[in-house]
Design a protein around this ligand. Structure first.
Ligand SMILES: Nc1nc2c(ncn2[C@@H]2O[C@H](COP(=O)(O)OP(=O)(O)OP(=O)(O)O)[C@@H](O)[C@H]2O)c(=O)[nH]1
Ligand SMILES: [Mg+2]
Length: 478
């Protein structure tokens, strides 16, 4: 996310590292670089101007904090200003207590409205324990109804069988009545898009909005983060015409530059409420400006990582594993479970970016594909093992190894290599269980510190220098 902006910022900060203290002359060059970085990221020029002025004022007015070097102080100032520009804290959805909250999802063509509607229903029913109804109201492109229903079915979510021959305003009214009869808390209405902001579209959405007047609807506009300033302009038009309560930035997993995220709140006054980070239904995050500022500045985002872990990791599984670890037991099965837990959290690269300092390391390491491929290979090997072998690999003899190699499409050497690595891991886990008994238990459920993270080659217990870009992992799991 915003890799280019991150790189440019860290280049800019190098300028003041090693300086005795912050002064007008030694931040001048850095500020220039920060400004260029923001403009290149397609941030609105007025926002950039304001940003630079504020950072300068803060930096020069900053009291010298003993023990904190100027670079760190400057980074902190930039962090806080980034967060402030994006709206400081997450703005929550407005729920109507004891009633039904209508959420109207609007935006231009192909921006991710239908996908977001699906994601939001999952988010609200899982995280907020809401009873959600999904309503297809795209009368412009009838196939959109099937698209939403397919998503709803895949998540076991309730959906409304809209009559697409009616005006979306009436569909919304029918859906609200249905929701009332069926004890729903939230009604998500997915509307049609158009190629450009046009009168017809705005007129239609205005009518839907008016139909919901008095019900205090959320009106969320979905915008593709890749479109930068264009997203800002569209948000402005929509806000003027229908009054938005929030913006959702979609496709944040693509190489969006950051312009939309950094400009929308400042230019339109409308807060960004969610970010969409992939095509899967679980790829939705609340928008936390302060945390995103941290990610941009390579400070990681541990809070989001912990939340993801809580959502993705089965508590009973994790507790069971902890108990086994405490007893010093660690089997191939446990290892497989750990790999599954990690997989649920996202790609290796996306996890690493959320750990402070790892973002920079990731850049040095370069491509993580070989490591991910190795994890895949381990999975196939494990899948070819019998239950007995997984419980206790020590029973494995040459004939077993031969069978597993054949069954998993690997060479015998590769199977032996896996067993050797597993042995190392087992030893590490033994050490960990002693630590745990000593009361020094690391925090995250099922993720006993970095050392226990499967598939983090070169980052585990034995410290190795990060390899150069393009370098091979060479099968090194540790
Ligand atoms: N990578 C990625 N793709 C996304 C994301 N959100 C949506 N998409 C993809 O973008 C395409 C368009 O998404 P839709 O949800 O159909 O967009 P829409 O706004 O409903 O489109 P219309 O109804 O035609 O106006 C689909 O292929 C989605 O899979 C995201 O966060 N990341
Ligand atoms: Mg759609």
């Amino acid at each position: 996310m915003f890799d280019n902006l991150s790189d440019k910022f860290s280049e800019a900060f190098k300028n003041i590292s090693g300086k005795g203290k912050i002064s007008e002359s030694n931040i001048e060059e850095t500020l220039k670089l920060v400004k260029t970085a923001l403009l290149e990221a397609d941030v609105n020029f007025k926002v950039v101007k304001n940003f630079i002025n504020n950072v300068k004022e803060e930096a020069l007015g900053e009291k010298v904090i003993k023990g904190v070097n100027p670079e760190e102080q400057f980074v902190k100032i930039v962090h806080d200003e980034l967060a402030k520009t994006m709206g400081d804290k997450n703005t929550e959805l407005n729920y109507i207590e004891g009633g039904i909250t209508p959420i109207l999802v609007v935006g231009l063509n192909g921006q991710g409205k239908t996908t977001f509607s699906g994601k939001l229903s999952l988010f609200l029913s899982k995280k907020e324990k809401k009873n959600v109804l999904l309503v297809p109201a795209d009368t412009f492109r009838p196939a959109a109804k099937d698209q939403l229903i397919t998503l709803a079915k895949s998540m076991n979510m309730d959906w409304f069988d809209s009559d697409l021959s009616k005006h979306p305003k009436d569909i919304a009214a029918d859906a609200m009545a249905f929701a009332k009869e069926n004890g729903k808390d939230i009604v998500i209405i997915d509307t049609a898009g158009r190629l450009h902001v046009d009168e017809e579209l705005m007129g239609q959405i205005k009518e839907v909005r008016q139909g919901l007047e008095g019900l205090n609807p959320e009106v969320l506009m979905v915008a593709d983060a890749m479109t930068g300033q264009e997203a800002v302009n569209v948000a402005k038009s929509f806000h003027e015409a229908v009054g938005l309560t929030g913006v959702v930035l979609s496709k944040m997993d693509s190489d969006a530059r950051g312009g939309a995220a950094l400009s929308i709140k400042h230019v339109t006054g409308v807060p960004i409420k969610f970010i969409s980070t992939g095509e899967k239904m679980k790829d939705l995050e609340l928008f936390h400006p302060d945390r995103l500022a941290g990610r941009i500045l390579d400070m990681g985002d541990v809070l989001t990582l912990v939340e993801k872990a809580e959502a993705a990791i089965d508590k009973d599984d994790a507790e069971g594993m902890m108990k086994r670890l405490e007893k010093g037991k660690f089997s191939v099965n446990d290892f497989m479970k750990q790999m599954d837990m990690m997989k649920n959290l996202g790609s290796m690269a996306s996890i690493m970016k959320m750990i402070p300092g790892m973002g920079g390391m990731l850049k040095q390491v370069g491509d993580l594909t070989p490591a991910e491929n190795e994890m895949k290979r381990m999975r196939v090997i494990i899948n070819s093992m019998t239950k007995k072998e997984r419980d206790n690999y020590k029973i494995m003899k040459d004939s077993h190894i031969k069978r597993i190699a054949k069954g998993s499409g690997n060479t015998e050497a590769q199977v032996r290599d896996f067993i050797a690595k597993f042995k190392q891991m087992e030893q590490m886990m033994g050490g960990l269980s002693k630590m745990m008994k000593g009361g020094a238990m690391p925090g995250m459920p099922g993720m006993p510190g970095m050392d226990g993270m499967p598939g983090m080659p070169g980052l585990g217990g034995k410290k190795k220098k990060p390899r150069k870009k393009g370098g091979k992992w060479g099968g090194g799991f540790f």
